[in-house]
Ligand binder design. Structure first.
Ligand SMILES: NC(=O)c1ccc[n+]([C@@H]2O[C@H](COP(=O)([O-])OP(=O)(O)OC[C@H]3O[C@@H](n4cnc5c(N)ncnc54)[C@H](O)[C@@H]3O)[C@@H](O)[C@H]2O)c1
Ligand SMILES: C[N+](C)(C)CCCC=O
Length: 508
């Protein structure tokens, strides 16, 4: 049943921490929000900053998933017939609406995810930029003309795949939905998106915006749910592709399910990325880079450079400065402009992160600052999932905190002596999402970048993510790419048409 758009609620604009309640249905297909069929498996969704229930997540079952996919398929039949220019115009309008509602979407993201409003606004900007970028590419999609003997020729057509599924993680809920839907729609596909069950709120806002911009009803649908709903999507025979963002264990399952009907897969998985700081670096930038590599979104970032290798000679100075600035990070109400770090996604996740820190101490690590549950003075935040940002010294490569993805505000610092040694240690991981190097030596910078086994290497910066630049993993961090022109390859297929201009020369 159609509902009033979530964004039209006037009180939404004036929301503050502890006040937002989301009552509207969070499923969306056929151009409208859809009430859940059966509320019996509903799960509470929390506001991380207060621990309060924000809404209920009611998972979609088989019939609902089927409806959403069929609705996407009907829309695909219309959308794929439009020219690139026509698709582009609608996508540009969607980007414009997002820009206009940036603050409202960002506030909803903060209430649901816990990150600071400053970061959430950047995430929303990246989302509209991504849609704008792929809107620019849509009219340029074209094939090749190939001359053959006797005037015959062939040409290629770049065609959409059909209905694509997007499955998202909870750390960048709106941005992930945009990163997946923008290239999918630009290529002429439809998408059914399933957000994480912990962050169901903002994907439906994107669906409403696409609708308002003029996409056919059903082109971008949202189904809520967890593993079961995700599995229904991955098994559905009308789905051509699954683009997944999440952990390695779930990524493996998605790949297995997709293999049964040979669906294409993109996997954006976890990481334990190295950041290498040489003694000849510009230290001020290296320190800023190390903070950016570890503490965005409370450390819940897949590409974070959490293994910080520092050349031994500059270790004391590096530690002194990095600890001073980490202690100065203002943790608290994520909707306050001055806050630089908000709350972790959930209580169990906060406890898991604190468990990693405890284990690091038991294994010989030294906490130089932070690493504790933090209770802000504001009484409404007393049950929030805050952890003070932590710098760990005395780390060794064999420690759990250095080997496993913590997904929290924990920087592990490791000394090194030579380039050869640090490269071997940096690459000694099953992950390969990102990496970074700080040095003034230009030859060294490029040599190190070439030798690091990771999908991205940042030279003299970290965690910048322009939408023009491809993003994705090596090794167990996944395959396929998001952003950049290359992603067109992952949302389209190439048809070859061979044209005979003469007679058939038959061997028979
Ligand atoms: N590489 C990237 O771009 C990127 C970005 C963000 C997060 N991540 C990774 O995501 C992880 C954290 O996110 P998370 O805890 O939401 O990950 P997760 O693997 O637990 O869940 C990710 C998504 O998969 C769904 N899911 C769970 N089981 C499923 C199944 N059997 N079939 C289909 N879908 C299923 C979840 O409901 C959720 O929507 C971290 O490892 C992080 O590094 C990677
Ligand atoms: C921090 N970046 C560069 C925006 C990447 C976020 C990708 C998801 O975790």
């Amino acid at each position: 049943m159609a509902q009033q758009p979530l964004l039209s609620l006037p009180e939404f604009q004036s929301v503050s921490t502890g006040t937002l309640v989301v009552k509207e249905p969070l499923n969306f297909w056929g151009g409208a929000r859809v009430k859940p069929r059966d509320t019996k498996n509903s799960e509470p969704v929390y506001e991380p900053a207060t621990g309060r229930v924000l809404c209920d997540m009611i998972p979609c079952g088989e019939e609902e998933v089927d409806q959403a996919i069929k609705s996407a398929h009907s829309a695909y039949l219309k959308w794929s017939q439009l020219s690139g220019m026509e698709r582009s115009r609608i996508m540009l309008e969607a980007a414009r609406i997002i820009r206009e509602r940036r603050n409202a979407i960002a506030k909803a993201e903060v209430a649901n995810n816990g990150k600071s409003i400053t970061e959430a606004e950047v995430d929303i900007d990246v989302a509209w930029q991504c849609i704008e970028y792929y809107a620019g590419i849509a009219p340029t999609l074209s094939g090749q003309h190939i001359q053959l003997p006797g005037g015959s020729f062939a040409y290629t057509r770049r065609e959409p795949l059909g209905v694509c599924v997007g499955i998202g993680a909870w750390n960048y809920p709106f941005q992930i939905a945009a990163w997946k839907s923008a290239p999918a729609l630009a290529c002429g596909n439809a998408m059914v998106f399933k957000p994480s069950p912990m962050t169901p709120v903002t994907a439906v806002m994107l669906a409403e915006i696409y609708k308002e911009a003029g996409v056919p009803d059903g082109l971008f649908n949202v189904v809520q749910g967890g593993a079961e709903t995700g599995s229904l999507l991955c098994h559905h025979p009308m789905v051509a592709k699954v683009s997944f963002t999440g952990s390695v264990p779930t990524g493996k399952k998605v790949m297995e399910m997709a293999a049964k009907s040979v669906k294409q897969v993109t996997l954006e998985l976890g990481g334990k990325s190295p950041l290498i700081i040489f003694k000849d670096c510009e230290l001020e930038n290296a320190i800023k880079g190390a903070l950016m590599a570890n503490f965005l979104t409370q450390g819940e970032v897949c590409c974070n450079g959490t293994r910080v290798f520092v050349q031994r000679e500059i270790m004391p100075k590096f530690l002194e400065e990095v600890v001073k600035r980490t202690k100065a990070i203002s943790v608290g109400d994520p909707l306050c402009e001055g806050t630089r770090m908000g709350a972790l996604i959930s209580k169990p996740h906060m406890e898991k992160v604190l468990g990693f820190i405890k284990q690091a101490k038991e294994q010989g690590g030294k906490v130089l600052c932070g690493g504790e549950r933090f209770v802000p003075n504001d009484p409404k935040l007393k049950d929030g999932y805050f952890v003070s940002p932590c710098v760990l010294d005395n780390c060794r490569d064999d420690m759990t905190c250095v080997k496993e993805e913590i997904f929290g505000p924990v920087m592990s610092v490791l000394p090194f002596d030579t380039e050869e040694e640090v490269l071997q240690r940096a690459n000694n991981t099953t992950f390969g999402l990102a990496s970074g190097v700080f040095t003034r030596d230009i030859a060294r910078a490029h040599r190190v970048a070439a030798n690091l086994q990771a999908g991205t290497c940042y030279i003299n910066n970290y965690n910048v993510g322009p939408v023009e630049v491809p993003f994705g993993g090596y090794k167990m961090s996944g395959f396929g790419r998001e952003n950049g022109t290359v992603t067109i390859e992952y949302y389209s297929q190439l048809k070859t048409v061979v044209v005979e201009m003469g007679d058939v020369e038959s061997l028979f």
